[in-house]
Design a binder for this molecule. Structure first.
Ligand SMILES: *Cc1c(COP(=O)(O)O)cnc(C)c1O
Ligand code: SF4
Length: 437
């Protein structure tokens, strides 16, 4: 069976008898995207009260609703209130709550914008906003201030301003196309834009950030892939947040891109009640790598306006990273980052693995809780230095110092004890060793 029953039902409701046949036509999908509460109700059978409808309409006036029939078909109608797809796509009145700590441009992308469309924050790479439309408007979008203004698709003239900036700045070796969604541009415009950037000698790589494989996988056509292939090296980053989003259709789209030779990455956003669970994340990263997608970043939900109901404590992200590092393949784990409010860029955060340190030993712990030591080289002489070399007389007199027996981590740091690790009781790996002996 190619289509699920829900997909057949939605397709037929949109266009009696022909809807299913056109389901995989991405332009048909966009033409029939769900943009109102009424059509959402009609296509899903879900009903809201008059009061809820009024609140939802106010919400969608502030940030538009747009869901592809495909993405809509992933919603579990019987339990939609807890459904991760529903929460990302449909939202609700909670979005109208704006906290004092929230900002319309939390990452100061506009302040770091030397010319229209470009955010230049890091020394050697720029973000180029080439579209402000998306196939589906994520309720958790960081760029709510920019995205969804339907009248605004940059013209070639406007895009040329950004292209010129890149050409004029030889330090830019990496251009990241973002938006909105760059793959929402027509094929011809994508071809033109990539060729203009590709022509610039000092640009070594181009990247595309897109949610198309998640919300409109049929947009990935053989023709699109043939265009993209001309502009290698091209890296593509997508945005899966939940294992449920990896469907047969999205697998096909990812396979076409991977077969096209593009390295694929994924950026997830940590979202309360959507994916804030170590087991969900582990399942997501496993499915991604199965589909040749390398988890790249896990973002802490930023301080954009109206996202408070999506935010988790940072501890949740650390807990998730704790459950991935060591527990699964190194390439299956993303880097957890906080994009610094005010424009400081992405800051990686991790659980702590270094427990203590002396001048020649580091005490580390692994994912199992084993505490171990790394002996640093004796021959590497590091000395206190005030840059006054003629007067350097550093001398330590340890002979007069009685050392009591060392305990705990201190024991691992001490030169007088040959214990190299502390292992908790009942460690299964050590038990296995004993059994094998
Ligand atoms: C994320 C980002 C980049 C790319 O950062 P990488 O860590 O290289 O992926 C570049 N510019 C801006 C403004 C960004 O937010
Ligand atoms: S695809 Fe990206 S830019 Fe578009 S709405 Fe979603 S998060 Fe925002």
């Amino acid at each position: 069976m190619i289509y699920s029953n829900t997909q057949k039902e939605i397709g037929n409701k949109i266009e009696t008898n022909t809807g299913v046949n056109r389901w995989k036509d991405w332009k048909w999908q966009l033409k029939h995207s769900i943009r109102s509460v009424d059509s959402f109700e009609y296509l899903t059978g879900i009903r809201f009260t008059a009061k809820e409808k009024e609140e939802l309409k106010r919400t969608f006036q502030k940030f538009p609703l747009s869901i592809t029939p495909y993405y809509l078909s992933l919603i579990d109608k019987t339990n939609y209130k807890n459904d991760p797809v529903f929460k990302q796509a449909f939202g609700g009145v909670k979005e109208l709550t704006v906290l004092p700590s929230e900002l319309s441009d939390p990452l100061a992308e506009d302040k770091d914008s030397p010319v229209e469309g470009i955010t230049h924050r890091y020394p050697d790479r720029v973000l180029f906003h080439v579209s402000n439309i998306c196939a589906m408007y994520c309720r958790h979008c960081t760029r709510k201030r920019k995205v969804g203004d339907i009248d605004y698709i940059p013209t070639k003239e406007q895009l040329k301003i950004g292209i010129k900036y890149i050409a004029d700045n030889p330090q830019v070796r990496d251009v990241l196309l973002s938006g909105g969604d760059p793959l929402m541009l027509p094929d011809e415009k994508i071809d033109w834009l990539l060729s203009e950037i590709h022509k610039i000698d000092h640009v070594q790589i181009i990247r595309i950030g897109t949610r198309i494989p998640v919300v409109l996988p049929y947009r990935v056509t053989p023709y699109l892939v043939s265009i993209l292939k001309k502009y290698q090296p091209l890296w593509i980053n997508t945005h899966f947040n939940h294992p449920k989003e990896i469907t047969e259709s999205s697998r096909e789209a990812l396979a076409m891109l991977a077969d096209g030779g593009f390295p694929l990455g994924n950026q997830s956003v940590l979202l309360a009640d959507v994916n804030d669970c170590p087991r969900i994340m582990k399942s997501l990263v496993h499915k991604l790598v199965e589909n040749r997608v390398r988890p790249y970043y896990l973002y802490q939900c930023d301080l954009s306006e109206g996202l408070s109901h999506f935010r988790t404590p940072i501890g949740k992200g650390i807990e998730i990273m704790e459950s991935l590092i060591g527990h699964t393949s190194g390439f299956a784990r993303p880097t957890y980052v906080i994009d610094a409010p005010g424009g400081g860029g992405k800051i990686p955060v991790m659980p702590n693995y270094i427990i203590s340190w002396s001048t020649n030993k580091v005490v580390l712990r692994n994912y199992e809780g084993v505490i171990t030591t790394y002996q640093e080289p004796d021959s590497y002489k590091s000395k206190f230095c005030d840059r006054n070399c003629d007067d350097c007389k550093l001398e330590l007199n340890l002979n007069e110092c009685e050392e009591p027996d060392s305990v705990g981590i201190e024991k691992l740091l001490s030169d007088s004890c040959d214990t190299i690790s502390l292992i908790p009781e009942n460690n299964t790996r050590i038990q296995r060793r004993d059994e094998n002996d």
